[in-house]
Design a protein around this ligand. Structure first.
Ligand code: P6P
Length: 336
């Protein structure tokens, strides 16, 4: 079926146009199309909620030591099934898999590696709150497909994005030419371009953090949040608002759409953990989107895209959003 509004291009049409113009590798376009198709299937699945036996715990733990939800496992299987046949991926890595997954019959065409968090925000699944799928695509060095082949700085990503399963299912995507938003048109089963060239406001009066961890934060974040809470009578001279979705996809989407700063800092609740969010398949794809939309993502000080990964599931602190706020927080970390 044609899209509801024939004048609005579909994702497939946008990809084909860039491939024809020689601006996008056909193999990468194929990988992006497969990622999008996986998220459409997951959207349909999560949209059934309690109508199918897909809610609740799967009764097993993942490599993170987190109890998996049934939908974590099902969506992970859907991603693997949907990506295995592109012919352009040498291997996959997932939050739900201990190690990389080499794909069969790699050929000279298998020039990419895909990483994903198949269902981010699992704690929201059973309460029908926003959840999403986050993905990242890296170049595959000739032949290398082991875990170490994935350990490339985020600046090496050739595509990144997420699907947000909210009232609408939106696919937010970059392949290095800015950030575009596609909305799933369920009438025709196509992602349709609904916004292009996202730009994040450089200033904001909105921050997102899990405030229950305040006693564990380091001094620069304690200072930053206290100043926001002091509002117009404090050093910032204006009131701030706070939001917390409990799903990185939901919070980062708000930041990309209207500005703000998303914070999941290092805290000393579990000192051995460098933060909560995973660099390779959560922080880095979001950091590339932020950069492409004129925003910034750091670990508090260093741009995340510059970090040299040391492990497939390593965690990092995340400060992501409106430029002026991220830069302010970096200044607060500077030695006095
Ligand atoms: P907390 C979801 O499990 C997640 O990894 C991110 O999507 C989200 O931002 C964060 O954890 C929520 O953490 O401590 O609020 O449960």
């Amino acid at each position: 079926m044609p899209p509801a509004d024939p004048g609005t291009p579909t994702l497939a049409a946008c990809l084909a146009r860039r491939v024809t113009a020689g601006a996008l590798d056909p193999g990468l376009a194929r990988v992006v199309e497969a990622l999008a198709a996986c998220t459409q299937r997951i959207s349909t699945l999560v949209g059934r909620g309690g109508l199918s036996d897909i809610l609740g715990s799967a009764g097993q733990q993942n490599v993170q030591g987190e109890t998996q939800k049934k939908l974590d496992v099902i969506s992970n299987d859907m991603m693997i099934e949907g990506l295995a046949a592109t012919g352009h991926l040498a291997a996959l890595a997932s939050e739900e898999l201990d190690h990389h997954l080499p794909l069969p019959t790699p050929s000279a065409k298998s020039r990419y590696l895909a990483l994903f968090d198949p269902l981010d925000g699992s704690s929201n699944i059973d309460i029908n709150a926003p959840i999403g799928t986050i993905f990242s695509v890296l170049p595959a060095a000739d032949g290398a497909v082991g875990d170490e082949a994935f350990l490339q700085p985020g600046r090496r990503q050739v595509a990144a994005g997420y699907a947000l399963y909210g009232p609408a299912t939106e696919l937010v995507l970059t392949w290095g030419e800015g950030v575009d938003v596609y909305t799933l048109d369920r009438a025709c089963g196509e992602y349709t371009l609904t916004d292009t060239g996202l730009r994040v406001p450089v200033t904001t009066s909105e921050y997102a953090i899990n405030a229950s961890n305040q006693r564990f934060w380091e001094a620069p974040l304690q200072r930053y949040v206290a100043e926001c809470q002091a509002g117009s009578s404090g050093p910032r001279g204006r009131d701030f608002n706070m939001r917390w979705n409990g799903s990185m996809v939901g919070d980062v989407h708000r930041v990309l759409r209207r500005g703000g700063v998303f914070l999941y800092p290092r805290d000393n609740k579990l000192p051995r953990k460098a933060g909560r969010l995973r660099l390779m398949y959560e922080a880095n794809p979001m950091a590339l989107l932020a950069q492409q939309a004129g925003a910034l993502a750091t670990d508090g000080v260093t741009p995340l895209l510059d970090l040299q990964p040391t492990g497939l599931h390593q965690r990092v602190p995340v400060v992501l959003g409106s430029l002026e706020e991220v830069e302010r927080i970096a200044r607060y970390h500077a030695p006095v």
